[in-house]
Design a protein around this ligand. Structure first.
Ligand code: GDP
Length: 369
């Protein structure tokens, strides 16, 4: 029987039988890969060479089974979250999965937040969020894997917390686990760009084990796309527009009541009643925000979706869900978060409505900035 061979990009077991399933690679590429050592599944190969994304079935059940297994390990658990999308990347009931193991929470993508933000304040804010969710962690570290900020601190923290045990890196898809691991490997002198990182959600599959010197291992668990994230609705071109690549650009609009903001065609904010105030939008700088009067905004949306209001692109609006409206009464300075997309800061009491695609989560939280 043939020995199992794994994709060096994502860790999936390579197979040539079922196209579209994990680890698929055509037989010819497989044979070539064996010769050259470039053993990638078709998906990782395409990601590396053409930046194309293919949908592969990853089930929530498999992810949960893997998570459940973590509590049986004797290890340090590093849970990575995305500071830009805390609600969308935090794992509720985390402690059920981690058991008695120590947990280090790593909040990645710090570079997306405005540089003026005070790190202590951010740390306190995050602690408050965790407390509200009943999540207990042993330590928190804010970092930017992309900008290599605090990567050495992470390594030091891992070393001091693991006491010779294995380390499991876990988190939902797209929080930057693979990027962090690549950075850690670089910091330890192992220059191995072997783990696929990509701009698109859903690219870390299966377990990847990386040996430490003392026979312990660093393990990357698969991520899962939280289906309530905006990013699960969009095609590749649109994703590029809405996923922020660099520091968010806060845009402040002095709004009177009965005015509306469209975040492309993805979401709509109505200021129903309250005094004139400056509402600040934190979204990708490439996402156009369109302001107009509230009156007639339904018709305006129907008419301009895919045109003036993009994303979604004209060709994809047929599959784009209709927007669902929710009303909120805001009492004091509050952030209104649209999971995976960004947030609006509403500084004073107001009645507002938010329209988002069905299934996309909206949260209120105390202001981050
Ligand atoms: P994984 O699915 O958790 O393994 O996430 P990846 O490592 O594949 O990263 C997902 C996306 O986030 C990629 O586009 C990365 O370039 C990006 N990313 C990772 N770390 C950072 C970071 O510190 N800052 C920013 N802005 N983007 C990051």
């Amino acid at each position: 029987k043939e020995e199992a061979v794994y994709c060096i990009g994502c860790g999936a077991r390579l197979q040539s039988e079922q196209a579209g399933e994990r680890g698929y690679t055509p037989q010819s590429s497989y044979d070539k890969g064996i010769e050259t050592g470039e053993l990638y599944c078709q998906r990782c190969f395409k990601l590396r060479h053409y930046n194309q994304l293919e949908k592969v079935s990853t089930s929530e059940d498999e992810f949960l089974a893997l998570l459940n297994d973590l509590s049986n390990k004797d290890a340090l658990i590093v849970n990575v979250i995305d500071i830009f999308d805390v609600s969308g990347s935090i794992i509720s009931g985390l402690n059920r999965f981690t058991g008695d193991n120590p947990v280090l929470l790593v909040a990645n993508k710090l570079d997306l937040l405005p540089k003026s933000l005070n790190p202590n304040r951010l740390q306190n804010w995050l602690q408050g969020q965790l407390k509200d969710l009943g999540i207990k962690v042993d330590d928190i570290l804010l970092l930017s894997a992309k900008k290599r900020k605090a990567v050495d601190e992470l390594l030091d923290k891992i070393e001091s917390m693991r006491h010779g045990k294995d380390v499991y890196i876990m988190g939902v898809t797209n929080v930057g686990k693979s990027t962090i691991i690549n950075r850690l490997l670089q910091s330890t002198g192992v220059d191995a760009q072997v783990i696929t990182t990509s701009q698109y959600p859903g690219t870390t599959l299966d377990l990847i084990e990386i040996p430490f010197e003392d026979d312990s291992v660093l393990v990357d668990t698969p991520g899962i796309i939280h289906s309530n994230q905006m990013t699960s609705l969009l095609d590749l071109d649109d994703l590029k527009l809405v996923m922020p690549a660099d520091e968010l650009r806060p845009r402040t609009y002095q709004l009177n009541d009965q005015q509306t903001l469209f975040m492309g065609g993805l979401a709509r904010f109505d200021y129903l009643s309250g005094e004139k105030m400056g509402i600040t939008a934190y979204f990708s700088r490439r996402l156009d925000i369109h302001r107009r009067k509230l009156e007639g905004s339904d018709e305006f949306y129907d008419k301009h979706l895919g045109g003036l209001l993009t994303p979604p692109q004209a060709g994809t609006i047929a599959e784009f869900p209709t927007l669902v409206r929710r009303e909120f009464h805001i009492r004091e300075n509050t952030d209104l978060v649209i999971s995976g997309l960004g947030w609006l800061n509403i500084p004073k009491a107001a009645d507002i409505a938010i329209h988002v695609p069905r299934g996309i989560a909206v949260y209120l939280r105390s202001p981050l900035i």
